[in-house]
Design a protein around this ligand. Sequence first.
Ligand SMILES: *Cc1c(COP(=O)(O)O)cnc(C)c1O
Length: 406
Amino acid sequence: MKTSTSLVQSDHACGDPWRATATPIYQTATFDQDSAEEFGRYDYSRSGNPTRDALERQVAMLEGAPRAFAFASGLAAINAVAGLLSPGDEVLACDDLYGGTYRLFSGLLSRRGISVRYADLTDEKAASAAISPRTRLIYAESVSNPLMRICDIRFLASLARSRSARLCIDNTFLSPILMRPLHLGADIVIHSATKYLCGHSDVTAGTVATCDDTIAHNLAFIQNAEGAGLGPQDSYLLLRGMKTLDLRIERQQRTAERIARSLHARDDLDGVLYPGLPSSPHAARHASQASGNGAVICVRTGDSGRSRRVVESLSLFPIRVSFGGVQSSASLPCCMSHASIPPEVRASRHFPEDLIRLSIGIEDPGDLLEDLTAALDAHPRGEGHASTAESSLHAKPAITSASPCS
Ligand SMILES: *Cc1c(COP(=O)(O)O)cnc(C)c1O
């Protein structure tokens, strides 16, 4: 059965006595037991809940895995994976990562005695040189956020295997529709389900899937012991959103391809980052491991002041963190989603301050293109003074690093 079929056909709570078409929301913390000694399938929702179970089965189906787990956010999912490590272990992580993952790794793992080493994992030599006898986990994103860099997942899987380490891929950017990292040799795949899996910007959630029995056993323990499993109401909303995942990705991606080509053809930009463009340094590698290019496009306008003026004059792309929803949006990663990476670290990694990240939604493609073209044309290169624009960019109060939404 193809994914689009199972996404709509297999959402039902097994054993529901009324044969509900949509999975019921089992909004209950506890389940009554037959006796003090005989327990039923469920006793307490932290340990297991039928709505969350239905969601976890659906995610497992999508990933081609026997087991999946749902958590209260993408970061809670990543934290559960980090819970598989012990003091003294090392994580080898790609040096381009979602800002919140960087914050978790740098701010919390070190306190647990786990060190994190960052390297350019798109480069096989750099990855092989950076792995150490203490490396227990290699961690990378399928398309890195926000620089859209592509690691060779089959290579990283074999590198991990050769050193008895595990490979975890964050596949948030592509969704399981466009890539199944477990089939490429990864041991664990995680998603910020807040993005494409949900698709409607109304839930924060995260998922973890694995084909490894021992890892699954440990994740089940961690989910129950830490208590960050997804609640029933959010599990229901995620299941509901996922029914249209295939449809949404198909539409969003088709529009993104058109917009990326059109932006690429302009001569007033410093680069369009999108895995499918022939100019992308790893286009062939990406095509060998994914079935599509997704619907996030990053654009460099030449200076951060211009980027800010452009995003502020868009009307169909509200400025917001996150991506993957049905409604298009725009963000400036350096002062929003990646503000938790210290400026000096961003500078050492050549993180472009003029980067605009566009999330393409399901609106009419012509409307979106017209809006983008008008905003870029209205703010030509060299219009403002880069240095004053730079400082005002960082001064904007709503989107500083202290913002609760970053
Ligand atoms: C958003 C995001 C996360 C974190 O997920 P939350 O649901 O916000 O906790 C992790 N990885 C990537 C690539 C993301 O974009």
